[in-house]
Design a protein around this ligand. Structure first.
Ligand code: GUN
Ligand code: FE
Length: 468
């Protein structure tokens, strides 16, 4: 099935933060590029006529019309704001070291294997397909320090049909990095970054010509984090970002150690130092941000920078829980991320669950030996599943300034179709808990990869588990 023109069915989404909407028996019609042109509900005038016309058009052109069953529904494709593609083979292992040891001894030797472009392509393709099958239609990726390996990752995303933003990682400080895995010099790091931006732009242009309704692959300027980079590289990357109005991604305020490195080096926080280099701005996405003081949060809000919340990874490496609610209420954009392989799961469903649970633990505190009155974060910290869904969809779309993440007119039709009664993933509430809020909560808490039967990116089918 490909090139959808219209879909009839029920869809959940979160057009505004905090709540959700169920579009029940909605007719969603697409333009020729896979963008939503019209959404018609049974209560709207002309609904029956539009449905008849869409069905007739579908009969004339098979594969262009899809009707969901009563046990099926659609959710927006997820946006994952932070993934390390070269770490995919390591997902689920090597999680018992502190961050600096984990990077140095486990992760950098693995990432060094992206020196082989064929390996990089194979890992990238497998990961893009895995993420798509978990409902992630847009992904912000760290490649490796290699130009070719990172480019192969971008190419793999185009092949898989996943919308992606990809970065060649900069890690140039010879004092901080292994000789077998780093940029040769600050100058080569900057030159490779410029070349990467140009090559990905052409890749995208070529694909637009050759691949029907291609979803888009973009490049990001990607300093790994302050401890890996020289000041010369960080300053140069800031200039490249400004010149190209490019995406930026890095890690910021992740844990005790990283935070301490920036303070010792600059006498200021990670966030302040990144801002000085021009790396906090619109279309900049900073992973983790657990150690955010009030002025860091204000800096993010002023500069339009986004936080990529990585709740599973934070449980292992961040020494704290991210104050999502405080960050959101301060007017900072925030989305959700798996952080493979600091986070073991490729699924944003798992991260939605962890985001909710971590927020509850932050609120209540976790050590029963501490008095209740001082055990928790001291303010309302919890978030709801609907709020977590917003982070996984529209929050990510806002970060990347891409028209995705909901079923509103003008957005790309990126959708995951779930079968809530699939034999391997039955989400029944026995007819007792069928209010829309209960249906949505059950999906978000209990859906498995088996629940997701089809995934479309910009109206094009990229996963069809029933066709396997
Ligand atoms: N900080 C710098 N690099 C990394 C990484 O690969 N994962 C995590 N979690 N933190 C980092
Ligand atoms: Fe990371």
């Amino acid at each position: 099935m490909s090139n959808l023109n219209a879909v009839l069915g029920s869809f959940f989404h979160t057009p505004a933060y905090g709540g959700f909407e169920l579009l029940e028996r909605a007719l969603i019609e697409l333009d020729g590029r896979g963008f939503i042109e019209r959404v018609t509900l049974p209560s709207d005038e002309g609904y029956d006529a539009h449905v008849i016309a869409a069905r007739e058009a579908g009969a004339r052109e098979p594969g262009t019309f899809m009707e969901l069953g009563s046990d099926e529904c659609g959710l927006p494709g997820f946006v994952d704001l932070h993934v390390h593609a070269p770490q995919w083979p390591q997902a689920g292992v090597a999680l018992d070291e502190p961050l600096d040891v984990w990077l140095d001894q486990r992760t950098f030797p693995l990432e060094a294997r992206f020196a082989d472009p064929a390996f990089a392509h194979a890992v990238g393709l497998d990961l893009a397909r895995t993420l798509l099958s978990r409902g992630t239609t847009t992904c912000l990726y760290f490649g490796s320090a290699h130009l070719e390996g990172s480019f192969e990752l971008a190419r793999a995303c185009t092949e898989a049909g996943q919308r992606a933003v990809v970065g060649k990682v900069v890690m140039d400080d010879p004092e901080a990095n292994h000789d077998f895995y780093r940029d040769a010099s600050p100058a080569s790091a900057l030159a490779d970054t410029e070349e990467f931006l140009g090559r990905v732009e052409h890749l995208d242009a070529d694909c637009r010509r050759t691949v029907e309704r291609f979803p888009g692959v973009f490049a990001a300027v990607t300093p790994r984090f302050i401890p890996s980079c020289t000041d010369e590289a960080l300053a140069g990357l800031g200039q490249i970002v400004a010149a190209h109005d490019a995406y930026v991604q890095s890690h910021c305020n992740e844990g005790e150690w990283e935070h301490g490195v920036a303070v010792a080096r600059y006498g200021k926080t990670d966030a302040e130092a990144l801002a000085d280099f021009g790396l906090l701005r619109p279309k900049a996405v900073m992973a983790h941000c657990t150690f955010m003081n009030e002025s860091d949060t204000a800096l993010f809000a002023q500069t339009g920078t986004t936080v990529a919340h990585c709740p599973i990874s934070n449980a292992y490496f961040a020494d704290s829980a991210c104050p999502v609610r405080r960050i959101h209420e301060a007017g900072v954009k925030i989305g959700l991320a798996t952080d493979i392989s600091g986070g073991f799961s490729p699924s944003l469903y798992e991260n939605i669950r962890m985001a909710v649970m971590a927020s509850r633990m932050l609120e209540s505190g976790v050590d029963a030996l501490v008095p209740c009155s001082s055990r928790g974060a001291g303010r309302l910290s919890r978030i709801s599943v609907a709020e977590a869904l917003y982070l996984a969809t529209k929050g990510g779309a806002e970060a990347l300034e891409l028209p995705v993440g909901s079923f509103e007119v003008g957005r790309a039709f990126d959708v995951q179709i779930l079968d809530t009664r699939h034999p391997y993933a039955d989400l029944t509430g026995f007819g007792i808990f069928d209010a829309p809020a209960d249906r949505l909560a059950r999906i978000l808490y209990l859906a498995t990869p088996d629940s997701i039967r089809k995934v479309f990116v910009q109206g094009r089918c990229v996963i069809d588990r029933d066709a396997l």
